[in-house]
Ligand binder design. Structure first.
Ligand code: SAM
Length: 234
């Protein structure tokens, strides 16, 4: 997968993308991430990318030309066209389901806004999709883009083991079961006996029940759309 990110602050991404799983995925060439400075696509002599809003009001609005030029230049250099995603608090909510679909796309171009937002023509005529990471407003699209890339890359084949993904929260409409590690007894709080029993089938069933109970308690909304359990579950 190829991910292109267009931002006025491309430097913000360096740390996040150069550690741990994201770093290894790039080293293994499972994903390539390219950062583009939006200012490089501004025709203004001061590399300005924003202007006052028509109709008045507070703050500055990001101009359309640099975004259109950035996407056209990126596409011209390296086909295929790719899917353009505008990070926006007004977009569709980023979910594990949406990420699964995005993980099948060959190339993504992520547009990060700043200031009061982006000229509407970018949303209407350049973006294929608008994605929000939640019902709150951040100062820019860079952190949402990092969230999207992090959550997406771990779904790409070869990045993590299939087994780690299968039972994760949201993967099958349930939150994950409780996890424990050593020590067995921590300040009088013990690991459930079943996990020490070595009986894998019983452990699997226990985990499924715990995942179900936890979801019912914390996120009952998830149960409405979940996959049907296998016969022996629960
Ligand atoms: N004035 C805009 C509004 O009320 O919808 C908010 C603009 S916000 C301060 C600046 C930029 O941050 C947005 O253009 C978008 O790229 C990004 N952003 C802020 N919150 C976001 C969220 N929840 N999800 C995705 N992107 C977000």
């Amino acid at each position: 997968m190829l991910i292109e990110i267009v931002s006025v602050f491309p430097g913000l991404f360096q740390g996040v993308f150069s550690e741990s799983i994201l770093k290894r995925a790039q080293e293994k060439r499972l994903v390539e991430i390219r950062l583009h400075d939006l200012r490089a696509f501004s025709d203004d002599k001061h590399r300005k990318v924003d202007d006052a809003p028509y109709g008045g009001g507070p703050g500055m609005v990001m101009k359309p030309e640099p975004f259109f030029k950035a996407v056209r230049t990126i596409r011209k250099k390296h086909p295929p066209a790719g899917r353009v995603i505008l990070l926006s608090p007004q977009g569709k909510l980023l979910t594990q389901e949406r990420l699964k679909k995005l993980s099948k796309v060959e190339r993504l171009i992520l547009l990060c806004g700043r200031y009061e937002g982006i000229d509407e023509r970018v949303r209407m005529h350049l973006a294929d999709e608008e994605i929000s990471i939640g019902d709150y407003v951040l100062t820019g699209g860079e952190i949402p883009a990092m969230v999207l890339v992090d959550a997406l890359v771990r779904l790409l084949p070869g990045v993590l083991s299939e087994a780690s993904l299968e039972e994760e929260s949201f993967a099958r409409g349930l939150l994950e079961y409780p996890q424990y590690t050593r020590p067995k007894d921590f300040e009088g709080k013990n690991v459930p006996d079943i996990l020490l029993s070595g009986d894998h089938e019983n452990i699997r069933q226990w985990r499924y029940r715990e995942a179900f109970k936890r979801t019912l308690k914390l996120r009952p909304d998830l149960l409405q759309n979940r996959e049907k359990p296998r016969n022996s579950d629960g």
